[in-house]
Design a protein around this ligand. Sequence first.
Ligand code: NAP
Ligand code: GDD
Length: 327
Amino acid sequence: MPVALVTGIAGQDGSYLAEFLLGKGYEVHGVMRRTSTINTWRLDDIYHDPHDPGSPFFLHYGDITDSTVMANLLRKIMPDEVYHLAAQSHVQVSFEMPEYTADVTGTATIKLLEAIRQLSESTGKAIRFYQASSSEMFGSTPPPQNEETPFHPRSPYGAAKVFAYWLTVNYRESYDMFATNGILFNHESPRRGETFVTRKISRAVARIAAGTQKTLYLGNLDAKRDWGFAGDYVEGMWRMLQADQPDDFVIATGEAHTVREFCELAFSHVGLDWEKYVQVDQRYFRPAEVDYLLGDPTKAQRVLGWKPALSFPELVKLMVDEDVRRL
Ligand code: NAP
Ligand code: GDD
């Protein structure tokens, strides 16, 4: 049974990846932070009984900035594959907490790479490493963006991801490690955090339709993003670690839409006119914006045989329907 260690297991991608890997017959170990209230709602479907001795799913407390804990966990679990998904992942928050974001989203990656290197060298264990890199690294470089496109990050988050990206490349080149960057464009789902724009919209649509919210305040409606479905994207991560060679891959749909278009579709799905409910609030504008992200996933399609299944309208409907159902 292959063994995987997933950081950020309680996040959007961690939960979809855990489900996917369990379906493939993996033993899955997840790292999560201790929080004052239980924060495992995204894992409810797979984490029924923590005392079930036959369960191939294990949760461990840990913080990715704590290298001792991460090294101990690696030694205990001896994973075949490590998926490093944990991060301070909110771009706007990274302007408010730049140093913290650099520590968690940037520096923690080198701690993990180094712990893996040391474990592999001392035991001979081959461990494949996936780094959750981001289209935010492209920043202001014009679209379409692919693996050859130069980076120009526009936020502390983007800069921290560029640092982690190059460290991953550097460990691959220096120590012959199987270390791979997945450069993922925006991917969403009903499990998306509530302060990212898509989920903020789908949640507001459900509440406005139910009469419990009057107005939705948003920032830049002109920003364009290449939005895909998180459930499709975690398969891309897994495929990268099954490849013959470690490499870097863009995962995207190849189609971009504005925040305004997302609003139009989401509101019209419940029979509402978005313009009656959405107001622009300067508070949600960023010190520097990423205007236009549009990925070219040709390499992932050619080398990994990966392609997205869910379309943009299907994604919007899925998110709105699920928020309506929850409410
Ligand atoms: P997410 O929902 O914010 O999940 C991130 C997870 O990391 C959360 O469970 C969080 O824990 C955990 N975490 C944060 N700081 C930690 C720390 N110091 N120690 C341990 N765990 C920590 O993000 P996501 O959308 O699943 O994204 C997964 C990864 O892909 C992130 O690295 C993100 O930057 C990257 N990425 C995402 C996208 C996208 O569009 N979703 C695109 C490109 C790249 P809590 O639950 O306790 O907060
Ligand atoms: N969050 C948010 N809230 N964004 C808004 C709002 C608002 O009220 N109004 C407009 N936007 C615009 C932002 O300015 C941005 O241009 C766009 O909507 C998308 O914002 P987010 O959903 O916060 O995502 P992001 O693109 O900044 O970052 C996400 O995608 C990256 C990949 O490109 C995150 O998941 C990152 O972790 C990820 O790396």
